[in-house]
Design a protein around this ligand. Structure first.
Ligand SMILES: *Cc1c(COP(=O)(O)O)cnc(C)c1O
Length: 357
């Protein structure tokens, strides 16, 4: 037998890991820095690590109380009601829940191009069709309602990534509001704020007081540094928040993840140290890279390098792993995650040498 027709489905291309690259090249993993997956270079909050250890003895229980505790903390933080917080197995899990809650077979969604691959993947899992709106290099990857309305045709979900991956640009909050206003009543605008902690702009969560057609995604994978645990959440309008109970995979956010997330949320110092470092690294890259860069509101910088495949291969052999953006449809760009000061300086000097060759 065979699975259903998956010919329209694509595989997710993840940033390459150090172990994987070191093995391929027959080298010591310690020689490499990985700036390819927008992970936190400072690692997890020490408080989260403590919470992970403490929860170990308790993992024979299903996560009920700790799930409720984390929901309560997030609801308080964003000033929304408990049912408006949809915990999930990563931000990706939230995308799935929104797809389950919104899409009937054959419904279309509108995704940015270039953009995060999982929007389209998740929609296809839910028997949806995928249309795209352009994010143009000619406009410095600027994001405004004009991008969306160039192709919008009544899709059921429109995805906005703000700050955007891989470009680092963002939608101004009034632009998000305009898009929600001008799209159909039955179009949900999903604002993916996976990088929300790295921008000084306000969250779109504020729009939920007045609108029932906007949902926001946040994650613990980036600023909070616990990507390996898989924890994210959606914030949805009150009027349909009860759908969670009907679309949620039972206990998808694990006890260990919820405990770590709660500790990380309360460790404001770690987040601040992380965002300070990111601000420094972005500036350092703009200033010292001898290649065109784009202003970024995330923890990474997009760089125009010519042949991205070749440049990232050469850099890899020099011990620096960056994200070749060909799979995003940008064959001339690489995306470099903000590293520690030492890692960032090394990446910049290696890339400058490669480009000078
Ligand atoms: C990293 C990322 C996410 C979420 O990742 P999870 O690890 O699943 O939480 C969502 N959207 C974008 C654009 C991302 O870059």
């Amino acid at each position: 037998m065979q699975p259903r027709d998956l010919s329209q489905h694509e595989e997710y291309v993840a940033g390459r890991g150090i172990e994987e690259v070191a093995r391929e090249l027959g080298r010591d993993p310690a020689e490499f820095v990985k700036l390819a997956s927008n992970e936190n270079p400072l690692g997890p909050s020490p408080a989260a690590v403590g919470a992970i250890r403490e929860s170990a003895d308790d993992v024979h229980h299903y996560p009920k109380a700790v799930h409720a505790d984390l929901v309560a903390a997030l609801a308080e933080r964003w000033d929304v009601s408990h049912e408006q917080i949809w915990l999930a197995n990563g931000g990706d899990g939230v995308l799935d829940y929104l797809g389950r809650a919104m899409l009937d077979p054959g419904d279309a969604v509108l995704v940015p191009d270039p953009g995060f691959a999982y929007y389209g993947m998740s929609a296809r899992f839910h028997h949806g069709q995928v249309n795209t709106y352009p994010v143009e290099e000619a406009d410095d990857f600027d994001l405004s309602p004009a991008n969306v309305f160039e192709t919008y045709d009544g899709e059921r979900i429109v995805y906005l990534t703000s700050p955007h991956n891989p470009t680092g640009s963002r939608f101004a909050l009034e632009h998000v509001a305009t898009i929600a206003e001008r799209t159909d009543d039955e179009t949900l605008v999903v604002v993916d704020e996976a990088y929300g902690e790295f921008t000084d702009g306000p969250s779109a969560i504020g729009l939920l007081d007045e609108r029932d057609d906007v949902a926001v995604i946040r994650t613990f994978s980036k600023a909070y540094g616990i990507a390996g645990l898989r924890l994210g959440y959606g914030v949805v309008p009150k009027s349909w928040a009860d759908a969670y109970a009907k679309v949620n995979t039972p206990f998808a956010a694990s006890a260990v993840a919820c405990a770590a997330g709660l500790a990380a949320l309360e460790d404001g110092d770690h987040v601040e140290e992380t965002t300070d470092l990111v601000r420094w690294a972005r500036e350092y890259m703009y200033e010292h890279l001898e290649a065109p860069t784009y202003e970024s509101h995330g923890n990474f910088v997009l760089v125009e390098v010519g042949d991205a495949g070749e440049v990232s291969e050469t850099l890899k052999r020099r011990g620096v792993i960056v994200r070749d953006c060909s799979s995003f449809g940008l064959p001339e760009h690489v995306r470099i995650t903000c590293g520690t000061r030492e890692e960032t300086r090394r990446a910049v000097s290696e890339l400058n040498e490669v480009l000078a060759e």
